[in-house]
Design a protein around this ligand. Sequence first.
Ligand SMILES: *[C@@H]1O[C@H](CO)[C@@H](O)[C@H](O)[C@H]1NC(C)=O
Ligand SMILES: *[C@@H]1O[C@H](CO)[C@@H](O)[C@H](O)[C@H]1NC(C)=O
Ligand SMILES: *[C@@H]1O[C@H](CO)[C@@H](O)[C@H](O)[C@H]1NC(C)=O
Ligand SMILES: *[C@@H]1O[C@H](CO)[C@@H](O)[C@H](O)[C@H]1NC(C)=O
Ligand SMILES: *[C@@H]1O[C@H](CO)[C@@H](O)[C@H](O)[C@H]1NC(C)=O
Ligand SMILES: *[C@@H]1O[C@H](CO)[C@@H](O)[C@H](O)[C@H]1NC(C)=O
Length: 613
Amino acid sequence: MQPSVTGESSKVQEAAKQEETTGGTSQVLALPAKGRSRHIHVKAWVCGIVTILVSITAIALAVWAAASPIGPPKPKPLKCDKASFTPILPSGATLEQVTAVPEGGSFGEGAANIPYPTNPTDLPELCALTVRVVSSPTSFYRFGLFLPAAWQGRFLAVGNGGFAGGINWLDMAPGAHYGMATVSSDLGHNSSVTGLSWALNQPEMRTDWGWRALHGTIVLGKQLSSAYYGKSIAHSYYNGCSTGGRQGLKEIQNFPDSFDGALIGAPAWWTSHLNNDVTRVGIYNLPVSDPKHIPTPLFSVIADEVVRQCDSADGVTDGIVTSPELCTFDFSPLLCGPFSNTSACLTQAQIATAKKVYNDAISTADGSLVYPGLTLSSEDQWYILLGGATDPSPFGVGYERNFLLNDANWDWRKYNDSLIKLAEQTDPGNSTAAKFDIHPYKDRGGKIFMYHGVADGLVPTKGSEYYYNKTIEAFGGKLDDVTDFFRFFLIPGMQHCWSTPVNAPYNIAGAFQAGAMGSGQWSVPGFKDKDHDAVLAMVEWVEHGKPIDQIVASTWRSPLNASSGLSGQRPLCPWPLKATYNGAGEVSAASSWSCPKLSGGGIRLKKPWWSWW
Ligand SMILES: *[C@@H]1O[C@H](CO)[C@@H](O)[C@H](O)[C@H]1NC(C)=O
Ligand SMILES: *[C@@H]1O[C@H](CO)[C@@H](O)[C@H](O)[C@H]1NC(C)=O
Ligand SMILES: *[C@@H]1O[C@H](CO)[C@@H](O)[C@H](O)[C@H]1NC(C)=O
Ligand SMILES: *[C@@H]1O[C@H](CO)[C@@H](O)[C@H](O)[C@H]1NC(C)=O
Ligand SMILES: *[C@@H]1O[C@H](CO)[C@@H](O)[C@H](O)[C@H]1NC(C)=O
Ligand SMILES: *[C@@H]1O[C@H](CO)[C@@H](O)[C@H](O)[C@H]1NC(C)=O
């Protein structure tokens, strides 16, 4: 099945036509109006000569302009080879390779790409470029560009994850299938998602990770794309999750012209706070010898009890915790008694640890918010932040050592909340994306679809809600003033960016989701349309003015295996709305659910609830 993104080339043709006419030489040299002083013969005679001279000059200029390379030339598409691209590269940029990939082919760097070693397969016919760009005297970044043969006039940038240093070829593949020219940057280093040692004493490399590499990639990627096709780009999009979500927000905040529509998944937007919070949360569960330590196998015991108590808070018992905020969780059934199975219960000290994980972290240094806590139902992913045998997660300790303190041997036992102030003040790499007033983006028609899994155990779900609240506040405090360009969707049961431990419908063609299902996948397998694929829904919003009122999420019997068979679908609604069960029909069918209408005054945040922080 083909996505409904065809037939949209009219804008592109229009833009190209405009270029042709305004660039034409015929209208450039209009002759001056004739003189009126005809009764003076001498003047008339002089005028005649002047007119003839002007005419001759005009004709000569016209002929010269037509033949000259200086007038705007009619753009000619380029060939897919190095010789075609080399002359149009700006200084500081070099081509690593240019490869013509046939229909059904594969492309990538394999194992040489540490974080993204899986090459996408079953690609459409395209031209693949790898470009290297010097970004400062001590740094450079690389980016990949897919130029599909069946181009639809659109441009797409995709993001990265964690501290990954590598071109995300796997996430670029869907873009090529949509017919979009697609870029991804390696962000200026070569490392795994959790590798941070590259950043030690490297402020320029941090800046590339923070924002510069993606921005440069977008600017040059657009230039190369329109040169290749010989047409200007009609619309530009973004799709990223986690660090990718942060990158997208940062780009929108600093460069409002980059995109017309952006998918922002589980954004790790508040670097200065989040990465310190990661260390803080890790310390809750360390050292492992302490009675407060919760061993990893007990996380699923807590998870099961959360489902047991919180599943039906939303009115439907389906194994999915849809409304954790409506659940007052009672820890006492988990408490070990004298005859308990110690592999399936928690001590008082362990329960105290769990409570800290759910609670918002408040700075002991100044009482301000560090970060909202993890949400009930996130427990199956607690191993990421709480599973360290000796240290908290590298997302935290690696940040303090290599970004914040420039001390490779810094010991996490020295952690205190004053580091958050320091991080706010220095914000290494300028990566924090906390400029909530994005009027420039809204004013030029930009749209945002932000989403976050409710079962995310890495980047707290409530952090995105907080971001959305802050945006509403920046736009005057009324939800309605934001929903016309920025909508936020919670995905119950989804973990960090993809997958689900409770078989909840989660897949909406967000970043990483297709790649997690296989190297040849793109969009939502079996449902490549605007009702199920948020990228295509975004295209509808941007290009046809149809706001995303709902998107149907999908899951499969084995959630990452499309061949295992579809097992459920359900609409997601714009926050604060939630899909409601119609009272009849299969709970696993999207048609049994509906989204309430988003309108009628909406919510007004009169007195910002966070004002007491
Ligand atoms: C990244 O580093 C690995 C291991 O050091 C190396 O094998 C690989 O070639 C590097 N990749 C790139 C793109 O530089
Ligand atoms: C104790 O709990 C663990 C974890 O739930 C379970 O695997 C085991 O079978 C239980 N043992 C007994 C004796 O019930
Ligand atoms: C917090 O840590 C910083 C940096 O290690 C240190 O300078 C400061 O004295 C500590 N503050 C407290 C209250 O322990
Ligand atoms: C961060 O951005 C500010 C303002 O744009 C600039 O003054 C500062 O030098 C930047 N710092 C880094 C580390 O990039
Ligand atoms: C966001 O604002 C709503 C409405 O005032 C409030 O109920 C909610 O708790 C806030 N959430 C967060 C995480 O800030
Ligand atoms: C996906 O599911 C199909 C059908 O159940 C099965 O044959 C196949 O082995 C599964 N693939 C993977 C990678 O698990």
